[in-house]
Design a protein around this ligand. Structure first.
Ligand code: SAM
Length: 211
């Protein structure tokens, strides 16, 4: 694990108990809408599987569960033991039978079989090497599988984007993220982007891609 990873892991362990409040504030109160937008696009057949890389305290899991049937499963991966402890508590309280969490570095995760969808929800730019993270996601997807990405990615086409980018960079210092617009090009080179939608005045981008 590189030094940025180690310091990020410590930061996420410390922030775990108030993560949902932090996400609400930093998303300008829009986090619930962002989670809904991600889950609405989830396209998993019955008996299918979804992996969320960087799942945190399972914040988007309730929305994802609404889009899958009981025979499908969700695996959440996070390297913060505090985040995974909270995620497991939510699993127990809510009786989620088809959700499993694993505490590990996502770069080391290999599922038993390839999965139908991989979700990076507010997590990709928190990882030190976005290329390696996307390649990992692609490597675990079935042919025709789906990648759903929600993150803050600097944009440069509308008059208000410099303001959105300034906020994104401020936020990235607080959370230890590394936003770069290269992410979109990197995905487009390897996958078919079905949808690329800016949200919350360009502070967030939602990408829905198929392999
Ligand atoms: C901003 S939180 C996102 C949490 C959640 N997905 C959500 O939608 O709110 C980013 C998460 O990514 C995790 N993370 C960062 N790098 C990771 C890595 N290399 N492997 C596993 N988890 C990682 C952090 O521990 C943190 O919980």
């Amino acid at each position: 694990m590189d030094i940025r990873q180690v310091s990020n892991k410590k930061k996420y362990d410390l922030a775990a108990s108030c993560y949902d409040a932090i996400a609400f504030i930093l998303s300008l109160g829009q986090v619930a809408r962002l989670y809904r937008e991600v889950s609405q696009r989830l396209d998993v057949p019955g008996g299918g599987s979804v992996v969320e890389l960087g799942c945190g305290p399972a914040s988007v899991i309730p929305d994802l569960l609404e889009k899958i049937d009981n025979s499908s499963e969700i695996i959440g991966i996070d390297f913060s033991s505090e985040m995974i402890a909270l995620a497991n508590r939510k699993k127990e309280v809510n009786g989620w039978k088809n959700v499993h969490f694993e505490c590990m570095d996502m770069y080391d995760f290999t599922p038993v079989k390839q999965v139908d969808a991989v979700v990076f929800c507010l997590a990709l730019t928190a990882m030190p090497d976005y290329k390696k993270a996307i390649e990992k996601a692609i490597s675990i997807l079935k042919p025709g599988g789906q990648l759903l990405l929600l993150d803050s990615i600097p944009l440069h086409s509308k008059w208000y984007h410099p303001l959105a980018n300034a906020y994104t960079y401020f936020k990235s210092i607080v959370v230890g993220a590394k936003p770069t617009r290269e992410i979109v090009r990197f995905i487009a080179d390897k996958m078919t982007i079905v949808e690329n939608k800016e949200m919350v005045f360009g502070v967030y981008t939602l990408i829905n891609a198929k392999i």
